[in-house]
Design a protein around this ligand. Structure first.
Ligand code: PPE
Length: 310
């Protein structure tokens, strides 16, 4: 137990290929196709302890994206959506968790090597563990200091950016490592055209003159589910939201507010970019509105269609 990463310390079981197995037994072969070529797809989902009990937030949307990502690579997930839903709920119950992060993954497993996965079997796993604020509790209140990465986001003409593919996350890893090595908490990655794409694991929003902008799907971004949630919440509050924006690097520096969204990152304010203070250098009022609405939503479970009680 003690040599486990802290975040996995209390985890008892993992669901692997249809069975609940002990944490230590959730093993795969070193000749797994996905290990060599990154041929896997995954999801990140959160379960929240709502007033009515633990509920998975926007599970169906994550599940749809999971299967869609798989389709891009002919990863034919050998389980029905309903089976994965029941397995996930059961896993959360077995782990006795109220709120947690959920990581579904499907990948080409152990078979012949060589680029074309051919007849390699598709393996599927589900894991859950408690995961607090992605960039820290203070980040949610005060905001994060970020830097524009020298690494560009791969273009959707090179690798589909709307699929959540394991291999392509090396792009995010590089951006994140660079930001941290330079003393920043997170990166902003520009696309091939040099406009803003997103964070390594987050979508980005900009506020200017009371209106909200977020980069459009053609900017080589992942169509984040938290992004969609933030857009819906903002529109409900009467904000004008431009969800198809092209944002230049320069506009970051002169924004009134900036914030990230993501399943892990939730709604995280950005207080500086490349050492330029954004707005008052702390969480801005519009960001606060969206963040407050987001946390009220996941605590109350108010929009029933977005919550699947376990
Ligand atoms: N862009 C990228 C590149 C990304 O990885 C994420 C999620 C998002 C946008 C936001 O998408 P959504 O979660 O659907 O709102 N990043 C996941 C992985 C984080 C990790 O470090 O691992 C996540 O938040 O679960």
């Amino acid at each position: 137990m003690s040599d486990r990463p802290e975040m996995f310390e209390g985890v008892d079981e993992i669901w692997l290929d249809g069975e609940f197995v002990e944490f230590e037994d959730a093993q795969i072969h070193v000749l797994t196709h996905a290990l060599h070529y990154g041929t896997g797809v995954f999801e990140g989902v959160r379960c929240y302890g709502t007033d009515q009990g633990p509920a998975i937030f926007r599970w169906e949307d994550h599940l749809d994206r999971f299967y869609d990502s798989g389709n891009v690579y002919d990863i034919d997930i050998p389980f029905e959506k309903q089976e994965l839903t029941e397995a996930t709920a059961e896993l959360i119950r077995r782990e006795g968790l109220d709120s947690c992060y959920i990581r579904p993954i499907a990948f080409y497993g152990y078979g012949p090597l060589g680029l074309n996965p051919g007849k390699s079997p598709v393996q599927v796993a589900l894991a859950v563990w408690p995961w607090g604020a992605y960039l820290g509790d203070e980040a949610l209140e005060e905001g994060v200091d970020v830097a524009v990465s020298s690494w560009r986001k791969y273009a959707s003409s090179q690798i589909p950016t709307n699929a959540k593919t394991t291999g392509t996350y090396v792009n995010s890893v590089l951006a994140s490592q660079e930001a941290k090595a330079n003393g920043y908490e997170e990166a902003i990655v520009l696309n091939k055209e040099g406009n803003v794409a997103e964070g390594p694991g987050e979508n980005i929003f900009l506020v200017r003159d009371g209106e909200i902008y977020t980069t459009g799907l053609a900017e080589s971004i992942l169509d984040g589910i938290t992004r969609q949630t933030a857009i819906a919440l903002a529109e409900d509050m009467g904000y004008v939201v431009h969800d198809d924006a092209t944002i230049s690097r320069g506009e970051l520096y002169t924004a009134d507010e900036l914030f990230f969204t993501g399943t892990a990152a939730e709604v995280t304010p950005i207080r500086s970019v490349d050492d330029n203070e954004i707005g008052a250098g702390t969480k801005g009022p519009v960001t606060d509105d969206i963040q407050t609405a987001f946390f009220e939503l996941v605590e109350s479970g108010d929009r029933e269609e977005w919550f699947r009680y376990i």
